[in-house]
Design a protein around this ligand. Structure first.
Ligand SMILES: Cc1cc2nc3c(=O)[nH]c(=O)nc-3n(C[C@H](O)[C@H](O)[C@H](O)COP(=O)(O)OP(=O)(O)OC[C@H]3O[C@@H](n4cnc5c(N)ncnc54)[C@H](O)[C@@H]3O)c2cc1C
Length: 448
């Protein structure tokens, strides 16, 4: 279909070949496959401005796509235009405390560059193959978030193109409404093209502690204490499937640079775990940050990386987390996660999660509960898991929880209203201001 789109001129290229369209209709979830009419590989921010201006006039949906690691079509645009941001991936030379990066760069690209100067972003996601624009559009949580908040809380400034085709810069002091609407804004108010990210000194080494607990309540109780004490730099936890049922693991780490050295005995003292269950590793900071890449290679080899991934990601208030976990564990079998699957469970200090559009429960401590499932590619199994995800979301909501909206949970317009809560009218005002034709964000509402 040529509606004038292919007469526009770009520094990059506009593609409508079957290979490009098929690729843009896929994501890590492998559940939704909405084919766009065209894929823009921008050569510049001006290309993005051109396409957004045209799409706004014509009412064509546009969705920016980073690395497509969403799990429910969030970065897809049915019959619309996908902007493949991976084409804009430059990382500038870092200065003492910040680095300017294009939004299509991955966190691996960023870290490789900043480490040459002995610097690191304060918060890294567990997997470095995600794009900067992709995680800044959702939040970006990791093992240091209990200390620094989400990745969105570490952004100093952004450049973006709004749906009217205007290129704008923003920060907490310059166009702060736009800044607030882009961070964790799920690409609904504009396309982030560049970000200025805060940096901190990187440690040389990491001592990683895996401690095992008799049950989930002991694990979460220990996590609360360890977080309050600030004992570890990195604090996470996992429910792992195994032949004898589930195992409950604290995954904590201390960063250091020799000659300083961590005291293993002190760091594992009174942590409430099963005595003798400690597994301790010593890694370079890069190897620790990149710890999922061996697993990724193995899952790719086995085919499980490209199987469906109906994931559920939720944020629960502290006081109802144990109840929620007890409920989901009652019905859960290791097969519900798959051999490579797990449930991530870790606490965060809610006040550190200061990004307005990143919804959090109304308590001092928030727990991330994320079921990362790797089932076989069987449509009936996947449908059942998506229905379970929806039921978990409803239970979490009853218990004061919210969705961390990167997962595979059917969501209606009413759910979004509930998600934004009292902030919903203000959010709609922002959308009306920056995307009056409502062409962005079409991949977000999905009903079961
Ligand atoms: C293996 C794996 C590990 C993960 N680990 C973590 C983790 O540790 N912590 C965590 O928080 N999340 C994690 N996630 C989830 C991940 O953060 C989100 O799915 C993220 O959105 C993916 O980034 P992406 O570049 O693939 O984005 P995409 O899937 O391409 O896009 C995600 C959303 O962002 C929008 N978007 C993308 N680029 C831009 C842009 N430049 N401007 C505006 N909007 C844009 C898209 O339109 C879409 O709505 C993980 C996901 C996977 C598959």
């Amino acid at each position: 279909m040529d509606d004038g789109l292919f007469s526009l001129s770009f520094d990059g290229e506009m593609r409508a070949d079957s290979g490009a369209l098929t690729q843009a209709a896929e994501d890590f979830g492998h559940v939704v496959a909405d084919r766009p009419r065209a894929v823009l590989r921008p050569g510049s921010a001006a290309d993005i401005a051109t396409v957004l201006r045209f799409a706004s006039e014509q009412g064509i949906p546009v969705v920016p796509r980073g690395q497509g690691h969403s799990t429910y079509g969030q970065a897809q645009a049915r019959d619309g235009i996908v902007i493949d941001m991976s084409a804009l991936d430059r990382v500038s030379h870092p200065s003492e405390d910040h680095v300017i990066v294009e939004a299509g760069a991955t966190w691996a690209d960023v870290l490789r560059t900043t480490l040459r100067q002995g610097l690191t972003p304060p918060v890294l996601t567990d997997y470095l193959g995600l794009s900067v624009g992709g995680t800044l559009s959702v939040g970006g949580l990791g093992g240091t978030s209990h200390r620094y908040g989400a990745q969105t809380d570490t952004v100093l400034a952004l450049d973006a193109v709004t749906a009217d085709g205007r290129t704008r810069s923003c920060s907490p002091t310059e166009s702060p409404e736009l800044f607030r609407s882009l961070l964790a804004g799920l690409g609904q108010c504009g396309v982030i093209t560049r970000a200025t990210l805060r940096l901190v000194p990187a440690p040389a080494r990491v001592r990683r502690y895996k401690l095992f607990y008799r049950d989930i309540d002991l694990l979460t109780a220990s996590q609360r204490v360890l977080m309050r004490e600030g004992r570890f730099d990195h604090l996470q936890g996992q429910i792992l499937p195994g032949p004898q049922g589930f195992r409950f693991m604290l995954d904590a780490a201390t960063y250091y640079t020799p000659p300083a050295a961590p005291d293993d005995r002190e760091l594992t003292a009174d942590a409430g775990h099963e005595p003798g269950s400690e597994e301790i590793e010593d890694l370079s900071y890069w190897d620790f940050a990149d710890r999922l890449s061996d697993g990724e290679a193995e899952l790719r080899r086995l085919g499980a990386w490209t199987h469906p991934h109906p994931w559920a990601n939720l944020l629960l208030p502290n006081t109802t987390t144990d109840d929620f976990l007890a409920r989901i564990l009652t019905g859960l079998t290791p097969d519900d996660l798959g051999a490579a699957g797990l449930v991530l469970v870790y606490p965060l200090l809610t006040r550190r999660l200061a990004t307005p559009l990143l919804r959090t429960p109304a308590e001092t401590i928030t727990f991330l509960v994320a079921a990362l499932r790797f089932p076989p590619p069987d449509p009936a199994t996947v449908r059942r898991m998506i229905a379970d995800n929806r039921s978990w979301y409803e239970q979490a909501r009853e218990l004061g929880g919210v969705s961390y909206p990167i997962g595979t949970i059917p969501f209606t317009g009413d759910d979004w209203r509930h998600h934004h809560g009292a902030g919903h009218p203000a959010f709609l005002e922002l959308v009306d201001r920056f995307d009056p034709a409502r062409i962005l964000g079409s991949g977000l509402v999905r009903e079961s």
